[in-house]
Design a protein around this ligand. Sequence first.
Ligand code: FAD
Length: 399
Amino acid sequence: MSTQSKECRLTVGGCVNSVLAQARLRILIVGNGIAGSTLAALLYQHGETPVVVERGSKDDAGGYALGLYPLGARVLHGLGMYRRYRQISRRMERYILHESTGDVLKEFPLAEFTDRYGDIRGVDRGLLLALLRSTVPQENVFYNTTVQHIQNNPHGAVVTFSDGSAHEFDLVVGADGMHSEVRGMIFSQNEFAYKATGWGGWGVWRSLEGFDEATYRELWADGWFIGLYPVQNKLAVFLGGNKKELSTTTAAEFVEMLRKKLPAGILHSALQSLEGLDDAYFWDMEDCRATQWFSKRVVLLGDSSTAFLPTAGIGASMAMNSASVLADELSRTDVEYLALALEKYVVRQKERVELAQKNSRFLAKLMFQNSLSTSVVRNYLVKMYSLQGLLKGIGKIMR
Ligand SMILES: Cc1cc2nc3c(=O)[nH]c(=O)nc-3n(C[C@H](O)[C@H](O)[C@H](O)COP(=O)(O)OP(=O)(O)OC[C@H]3O[C@@H](n4cnc5c(N)ncnc54)[C@H](O)[C@@H]3O)c2cc1C
């Protein structure tokens, strides 16, 4: 057995040696989520050999429903994945907003948006991740692995992995999500800020039977909301509310309370036969923004640079879009001009990403109303909005 393969059996750093043997650029991607897996697939297609480390295990591609705008999904055309994506996702045709009584407040046909820009589709995050991860060779990806330390130098970043081994890279991409550890290792506390809304909630699944697979529905009330998001064969049900109110309640108790509030109808029916209610994960409705996206040989991508509230359903699309811009800039540089490529990536993306985040924050302001009086005013205002008005910032980015 060669020294290298012996070493490879023992450490991540050792295995990386052989993966990077012929590399033009030695790139490490931390996080194999939406942003990281899109970037890895694109780089691999361009002939690079990126190394990816992922904290989770190979089989645990955590899933909830994602709405994808063409802004993100169109990346899949170039990757030769679009046909498969169409099979595993569902096209959305309308968004129906309900008030607290369960009555329809307003229906927004999506055609005015989709006719111009392309489909908005609902997809299970786990299926999308499996698709995005399907082209990069297994030996490039290390699951159950994190990064312990990064020594960020002007001409290379020396990374120590969770198994204690180390390797030097030309570039480290922090694609490790909203609570990015890479960001925490490189940037100071005053270079990024979380923004809390005081709201949160549980995402659970149920059967799609009896529900329209082309309709997103949300109910906005005072202090609580319900969202129904179809994907292939399943309906994601999101139950949200003011965190103070929810802190003394379990997901099952909250559902019981909502069942009593709501008269018979589509939303009441959606609260029957929910799966996984007892161990449902509680999502904090917060986001995050970093003022700096790169430093020397470490760059942030996706939620680690700018994280999104789920209110506009744009976070995953933006992450894929940014991954395509970064891959493009990396394909146009050699190691000598890497810093310039990173500058160009930031110039092309930061303002657009922040505009989308602003749009998501605006929707959160409308949605997360705690009192009856302000929610009455909100409902009155929302009736006057068009879809274009609600998604004004996102519309600008699409153009
Ligand atoms: C409830 C909810 C609903 C949402 N709905 C939508 C929607 O409908 N549409 C939409 O576009 N967006 C939605 N979003 C936002 C969307 O999920 C994110 O914006 C998107 O996933 C960002 O991609 P990312 O790759 O940056 O982060 P993630 O997809 O979170 O991926 C980060 C990856 O990094 C890994 N990781 C974390 N730490 C480490 C570490 N230290 N070392 C190695 N790996 C690590 C994680 O395991 C994960 O695989 C929603 C978010 C929430 C919370």
